[in-house]
Design a binder for this molecule. Structure first.
Ligand code: 5GP
Length: 207
């Protein structure tokens, strides 16, 4: 191999309570070549969780030191605790040609987008949004106040989608996992990526 192709950064995010953690765990139970970036948090460990597997559990002081040293790719405060992505692991894996997968909340995903615009951003959407769409489409003249209220709540989530490349509906965990795997495959077949690899080979072989 004359040169090493860089890995692709995949970011799974979406509204709180949509099931990001469940989908991510199901994805990693499959035989995947993706490297999961374990996050750092200041929240207490829950029963059944393990240091270094579910999270790196750190004190608030240690976390703030990491922020200060620019050792986090992104971080966010969520329900009174810090969550963040250690930078070194992600950069090293990408450099070595491995695909990296992050599962983070939306503020963090937006920060990653600033630093890694070439990343692939996947929005996990609640099935309630899809149900709402179906109800309105099938009835046409839906005017119930309940639907109006739900529409207003849904608007915020739909606005959030704008920053993403793909939307995966979490109607069933296995469906969501299949769709994410399909996205990973498609991204590797993207003309821009494939062509730039060939161009690099040509440059190297002609130099
Ligand atoms: P939990 O405390 O339930 O494990 O996670 C709470 C939220 O934090 C979830 O939405 C999860 O996706 C998000 N999260 C986990 N790790 C990170 C991270 O490194 N950065 C950010 N911004 N959010 C994270």
């Amino acid at each position: 191999m004359l040169f090493k192709q860089k890995g692709i950064l995949f970011v799974l995010s979406g509204p709180s309570g949509v099931g990001k953690g469940t989908v991510r765990k199901a994805l990693f139970k499959k035989n995947t070549s993706l490297k999961y970036s374990t996050s750092m948090t200041t929240r207490p460990m829950r029963p059944g969780e393990q240091e270094g597997v579910d999270y790196f559990y750190r004190s608030k002081e240690a976390f703030e030191q990491m922020i200060e040293n620019n050792q986090l790719l992104e971080h966010a405060e969520y329900v009174g605790n810090y969550y963040g992505t250690p930078r070194e692991y992600v950069e090293q894996q990408l450099e070595e040609g491995n695909d990296v997968f992050l599962e983070i909340e939306v503020q963090g995903a937006l920060q990653v987008k600033v630093n890694f615009p070439e990343g692939v951003f996947i929005f996990l959407s609640p099935p309630s949004l899809e149900e709402l769409k179906n109800r309105i489409v099938s009835r046409g003249t839906e005017t119930e106040s309940l639907v109006i209220n739900r529409l207003n709540a849904a608007k915020e989530e739909i606005d959030m989608m704008d920053a993403y490349d793909y939307v995966v509906v979490n109607d069933r965990v296995d469906h969501a996992v299949e769709n994410i795997q399909a996205i990973v495959k498609s991204e590797h077949c993207k003309r821009e990526r494939v062509a730039s690899e060939y161009k690099k080979i040509l440059e190297v072989s002609q130099s």
